[in-house]
Design a protein around this ligand. Structure first.
Ligand code: ASC
Length: 127
């Protein structure tokens, strides 16, 4: 699927970067740094939810490295389970965002952030 391991690493980093960029834009609204605009939050959440499906294909066999810990390849069931939690949490964030209910967005944003963090704690190099 990828010509070289480096291409897979580059791909997954790019997917996380795009997802994190749009998640961060919602975060600025949740924190009150940016005024709530329903359409913008809805667009950003749709991108996050869509992007959440992508990074995982960049973690195939032989693609160790980048910011990923070796645990990604030794605890695959847990890693897969975490990835599915993120996909579910960002789908819920998108549902909340499409409804235009800021309180629901705030709750769902917090849960999605926890899903990001849970995976980083176990599977991402620190610092
Ligand atoms: C973000 C972002 C992450 C998560 C994580 C949550 O905005 O880019 O990776 O939130 O920091 O703990």
């Amino acid at each position: 699927q990828f010509a070289k391991p480096d291409a897979a690493i580059k791909y997954r980093k790019a997917a996380f970067t795009v997802m994190g960029t749009h998640f961060g834009r919602i975060g600025a609204v949740v924190k009150g740094e940016v005024p709530f605009n329903k359409e913008d939050v809805a667009k950003n959440a749709a991108i996050v939810a869509s992007m959440s499906h992508l990074p995982w294909q960049g973690f195939g066999p032989g693609t160790e490295g980048g910011d990923a810990l070796p645990s990604v390849w030794s605890e695959t069931a847990k890693f897969t389970s975490n990835s599915e939690k993120l996909t579910a949490a960002t789908a819920a964030l998108n549902t909340a965002a499409q409804s235009g209910d800021l309180d629901a967005v705030k709750k769902a944003f917090g849960a999605a952030g926890q899903a990001c963090k849970a995976c980083h704690d176990d599977f991402k190099k620190k610092g």
